[in-house]
Ligand binder design. Structure first.
Ligand SMILES: [Zn+2]
Length: 529
């Protein structure tokens, strides 16, 4: 690969030893030197490619620490039931009628009961009105619920006599009849199990669609928090195939869906690794478990009740001992464990399970808590003291912040949603994420939300939890690399680190300023290419 001399107005390396430079020398996919234009010119010869990015701000490639690439890629072929574009159940029915079935199923995604004119969840009757001779399944925006029509329920073998799986449910109406809803992850998995398997080519196409989009948004590495969520072990095979073909658009660190991980470990089919093989852009780091559901679905486990439902605080998806046991099975095999926890009761359960794994053999695996949206200062201190990582779902402030304040959590808890300033104050390292497709994958918008905490309705949600733009960039570079043991490879622009970078067409000050357009990626490099 040709040696490259890259110069720009501002290269913000995130390397404390040399935070701002004028020039980088890249070779063999790595940064080999950083410094002034004059000093770096000495590393250039007649063959050196010169790239002058005048006017640009160069930062390390952004790291999206929690997305679902296969799921996000597949949604491109399904009916878009989000609000917007759908304002009502009638709109959703129209979108489903206009969509192209996949393997005989009509698929929809993204409906949000709290945004619809009717203010309620979909039912099987709503979907039967669309079609009675084909199965239909529509996923809720949270990804934690799905609704099926009568044909889909029958195809999945689910009827009024079906026993609810664990703490998941197939809710019945007052008349005892199934409503069509699959409530929480295990029930959704049971229902989705009836959908014909995707082909390997379809899974690879979905992955490529998402990872290519990621790269175009300035992302050079993603963490897939639930490999297998949409297409089972086909997803792991798709990653390995794309990686072998050299077609991975960005680096990816995967966490296998927990139940799959336990089954595959028992068969001896998988192994976890804390470092990529040379030349590889994919590795399987560990597994992901769910401690609770979603706040907007009222299934996050809170210590105190929901504001809109004073007798309900949401339950843990598993008893503590069961969560401890699942976590331990992956910990023992050398894996990194990520636990989904939105509510503070779930955060406490996740901390307890991860600490229990630590105690089993003394190994600190840098396990993670995902989302951590409602959490108290004492929880954050416990996370820090246990050497657990955390990635905050700060996009919620923008997308659901108004409803968290007015409906689900009330002003005090909503003001402390995704408490980034608290986390920073106590020295916690943390990532930020979109959970795409739950919210759009747009890391520069994510950074802006962390900085100004503006909601979709234009209000500021908890000004005291704002962080500075430099701290937010650090979260999506240095800290996110740390979350997966990648700090020696990426996250800063320094000699020996991967030449993963993004050049923005504006300054970080403009990125922070809510009154100006968000600077956009003008150039993205992964491994210097
Ligand atoms: Zn997720």
């Amino acid at each position: 690969m040709t040696r490259t001399l890259l110069t720009a107005d501002a290269i913000l390396t995130q390397d404390m030893a040399s935070p701002q430079v004028e020039a980088l020398v890249l070779d063999g996919g790595l940064v080999v030197a950083t410094g002034s234009r004059k000093d770096m010119a000495e590393h250039a010869g007649p063959e050196t490619r010169r790239l002058d990015l005048a006017g640009a701000t160069v930062i390390p490639g952004l790291i999206e620490s929690h997305i679902h690439p296969t799921y996000a890629g597949l949604t491109g072929g399904w009916a878009d039931c989000r609000t917007p574009p759908c304002a009502s159940i009638t709109d959703i029915q129209g979108a489903l009628r206009n969509s192209t079935p996949s393997h005989g199923w009509i698929r929809g995604w993204g409906y949000d009961d709290t945004q619809l004119r009717e203010g309620r969840h979909l039912t099987r009757d709503d979907l039967d009105a669309v079609c009675t001779d084909r199965p239909i399944i529509v996923l809720h925006i949270s990804g934690h619920f799905a609704v099926a029509n009568t044909v889909a329920l029958a195809t999945a073998g689910i009827d009024e006599s079906t026993v609810d799986p664990g703490d998941s449910q197939f809710p019945r109406g007052a008349d005892g009849r199934l409503t069509g809803m699959a409530w929480e992850i295990d029930a959704v998995a049971r229902l989705s199990g009836a959908i014909p398997d995707l082909t390997q080519a379809e899974v690879q196409t979905a992955l490529l669609r998402s990872l290519t989009l990621a790269r175009s948004r300035g992302i050079t590495a993603v963490h897939d928090l639930g490999v297998g969520l949409s297409a089972g072990m086909q997803e792991l095979a798709a990653y390995r195939a794309l990686d072998t073909k050299g077609e991975m658009p960005v680096h990816t660190v995967g966490f296998l869906r927990g139940d799959l991980a336990i089954a595959e470990l028992e068969e001896g089919n998988i192994a976890f690794t804390a470092a990529p093989a040379p030349g590889s852009r994919f590795r399987l780091a560990g597994a992901k478990f769910w401690a609770d559901g979603s706040i907007q679905g009222l299934s996050a486990a809170l210590r105190t009740p929901y504001t809109c439902s004073p007798n309900h605080h949401g339950d843990l998806l598993y008893p503590q001992e069961q969560l401890d046991d699942m976590v331990l099975q992956v910990h023992r095999e050398g894996g990194q464990v990520a636990v989904h926890a939105n509510g503070d009761a779930a955060v406490a359960a996740a901390i307890a399970a991860l600490r229990s794994a630590h105690r089993s053999d003394g190994r600190r695996a840098r396990h993670r808590i995902e989302h951590c949206q409602v959490s108290r200062p004492a929880d954050l201190e416990a996370i820090r003291d246990a050497e657990i990582g955390v990635s905050f779902f700060v996009n919620h402030v923008f997308h659901w912040g108004d409803r968290h304040r007015d409906r689900f959590l009330g002003p005090e808890r909503a003001g402390n949603l995704d408490p980034l300033a608290c986390a920073d104050d106590i020295g916690l390292k943390f990532g930020l994420h979109s959970d795409c497709p739950i919210t759009p994958m747009d890391p520069l918008q994510t950074i802006r939300t962390a900085v100004n905490r503006l909601t979709m309705g234009g209000a500021v949600l908890g000004a005291h939890q704002r962080i500075g733009v430099q701290r937010a960039v650090q979260a999506m570079t240095v800290d996110s690399a740390y979350l997966v043991h990648d700090e020696g490879r990426v996250g800063i622009l320094a000699p020996g680190r991967r030449a993963d970078l993004v050049a923005l067409d504006g300054t970080l000050a403009a990125l922070a300023d809510a009154s100006s357009d968000i600077p956009q990626p003008a150039l993205v490099m992964v491994d210097g290419r």
